[in-house]
Design a protein around this ligand. Sequence first.
Ligand code: NAD
Length: 357
Amino acid sequence: MNVQFVLLPGDGIGPEIVSQARRVLEAVADKFSHSFHFQEHLIGGCAIDATGDPLPEATLDACKKSDAVLLGAVGGPKWDDPSAKTRPEAGLLRIRKELQLFANLRPITPFPELLDASPLKPEILRGTDILFFRELTGGIYFGPSSCEDLPGGGQRAQSTMVYETYEVERIFRLAAEAARNRRGKLTMVDKANVLEASRLWRRVCGQLVQQEYSDLEYEVVLVDAMAMHLISRPASFDVVVTSNMFGDILTDEASMLPGSLGMLPSASLGESGPGLYEPIHGSAPDIAGKGIANPLATILASAMMLRHSCQMPDEADCIEQAVKRTLAAGARTADIAKPNEQAYGTVEITDSVLTAL
Ligand code: NAD
């Protein structure tokens, strides 16, 4: 297959980790006789420096024409001035909006070799393999909001959670299809005992289960209870689907389960068109340029990219298995190494992944 990828390395450790993911993708192309083409473009702080815009038109155009986009990370202290005209993160929000990426997928799969790195006990964590679907373009982050001064002093502010049927249906369908291809269990998280918008989610999802997905084991869980269950019995979940704000909070909570940010990929998908793939961590300015960043989250994001945007499940499995074998062989970057354990550099651990591949 002939595939066009856009790489957006961004800021901080972004260029270091994206270049390593590219090496892995090139090796996969060789192994499976594909032609992968790469274009690199600017986003974030480096784009502000070069063009004044965190998402230059040339970047957006290239992304829209591509099959998939792999992003490193944006931001850093250089662009943190609160009075600045624009910020690196604005580029990220805009690209998600422009590509209409309404579904954010975050797999939470702690590696057995790294159970020690988690703050949870290994016996609670063992067997955990969750795929989160967070709605990304609706809900309280995008509903009407306002803040007004009150005549007697003080202010009154409001943010509104708004959802329409089609927004719930399209993310639920993606999650349900994914559950079918996994262990067949689907958990929908809401706050239907209090919020009208959640009651819409519950009705729409319930109807879809009845009409199209009655083969799935389906449950609904209130978001406050879910926050507890994620810590007490994470291994009991398979696919979890939820709204924007609940997903934002729960996926950050869940990201602590594997113990290191450096291991977690994510994907953002729309109805059609290219998906956006990235590690969940930021630009790690404290370690940028030192050659010690963990590239595995970005390498695993490139596996998600092959699975979801290129229909290459075997190639994706191949990368994920290579990462597993690398960890099983004892290779660790500094963020996941135990005290006194020898730490690999960014390039060195990628060499190990390539050998395993
Ligand atoms: P961060 O995720 O960049 O770093 C948090 C800690 O984790 C740091 O100690 C860092 O060294 C470590 N870390 C992160 N990724 C690592 C990796 N791959 N290997 C080894 N260690 C790693 O979060 P932060 O420090 O809060 O933010 C730094 C900058 O990143 C800020 O400007 C923030 O706005 C930006 N940010 C960007 C994104 C994104 O681009 N999607 C996401 C979060 C934060």
